[in-house]
Design a binder for this molecule. Structure first.
Ligand SMILES: Nc1nc2c(c(=O)[nH]1)N[C@H]1C(S)=C(S)[C@@H](COP(=O)(O)O)O[C@H]1N2
Ligand SMILES: [Mo]
Length: 201
């Protein structure tokens, strides 16, 4: 009965109909910070983004080169495995499709790697097709270091741990290699609509 669940859930909101995956609640205006370690601060002059591994040749962009790539401005809902969701988050950056353009590869998987050592694995198919970005701007302002600035991966159709903060590149791989949380028992793919939170879900 709805009045009972409202009593138990307190201020937790349901959000717009049809947009809240199972077991999630709408965090509203808040934006929690979840980091497994300290926030790295890489000077932009030392920053680069590379696509490496199973590639015909290494792709690498300096910060200035990255900033000159064609830009995209996705507004998306994000879903953290700890059960908060946030609707209509506004980002700007570069589509992963743009970064993979012309890359000749037999790889079917990728590992995103980051300053600080965090990694997360994804099927390349989840990074293609206009569903993944490397973003440097949130809500019209440079991405806060706590939230992954200067740049983070954004893969909103999967749980937010796949959206690697302080991302520095993608290693394309023939075989699927579990990343940081995936090694600690989180689901390998992490589709929030199928509630793939932990291995075996
Ligand atoms: N490099 C790095 N990226 C990361 C993490 C991390 O610890 N290190 N945490 C992940 C998890 S579990 C979540 S829920 C989101 C949190 O992003 P936020 O701090 O911007 O909310 O970042 C993901 N990306
Ligand atoms: Mo998370």
């Amino acid at each position: 009965m709805s009045f009972i669940s409202r009593g138990f859930k307190g201020r937790r909101r349901a959000g717009p109909p049809g947009r809240l995956p199972p077991g999630q609640y709408d965090v509203g205006e808040g934006f929690p910070v979840l980091s497994a370690g300290p926030t790295p601060h890489t000077p932009l002059g030392e920053w680069d983004f590379s696509v490496r591994g199973e590639v015909d040749h290494l792709r690498r962009w300096t910060w200035d080169e990255f900033r000159r790539l064609p830009r995209a401005a996705p507004t998306v809902d994000i879903h953290c495995v700890t059960s908060w969701s946030k609707f209509d988050t506004r980002w700007e950056g570069v589509s992963v499709d743009t970064l993979l353009e012309g890359v000749d590869t037999p790889a079917e998987f990728a590992v995103a790697f980051c300053d600080g050592g965090y990694t997360t694995n994804l099927p390349l198919a989840d990074l293609r097709g206009g569903r993944a970005w490397v973003v440097d701007t949130f809500d019209g302002a440079p991405l806060d270091p706590q939230h992954g600035g200067p740049a983070r991966l954004l893969v909103p159709h999967l749980y937010f741990w796949k959206s690697a903060k302080w991302v520095r590149g993608l290693t394309l791989t023939l075989r699927d290699e579990p990343g940081f949380w995936e090694t600690f028992g989180y689901h390998n793919r992490g589709d929030p609509w199928r509630e793939q939170r932990y291995a075996g879900d």
